[in-house]
Design a protein. Sequence first.
Length: 128
Amino acid sequence: MTKRDLGNRGEDAVCRYVEKHGYSIVTRNFSCPKGEIDIIAENSDTIAFIEVKSRKEDCLVSGIDAVDYTKKRRIIKTAAWFSYKNPLEKQPRFDVAEVILKDDIPSAIRYYCGAFDMTDCGIMLSFK
């Protein structure tokens, strides 16, 4: 099984998880010149930009730790691009979902609501 296949399994599991918690999926694998976001989901008042990290249960680096400063900046810039193209009426939030794989099958999800925000990265956005 390829790394992309494992990532897709993790994303599928997270989609089911957020839907079970009252969110609907807006899009998956949104990409633009600024980067890529795994899942964009919304409920009645929030739009969540979700980074999914799938990890084998004995992995040395956790999924949340893998979302470093550079990755956060890329996600924020991509979310801003999405918002520019699709004006938002809901509060944005940046979440991280860590999917634990056992024998290449998702066995647990650690979901971090509001894992980071724009103040973490000191970004000035411009689309000129």
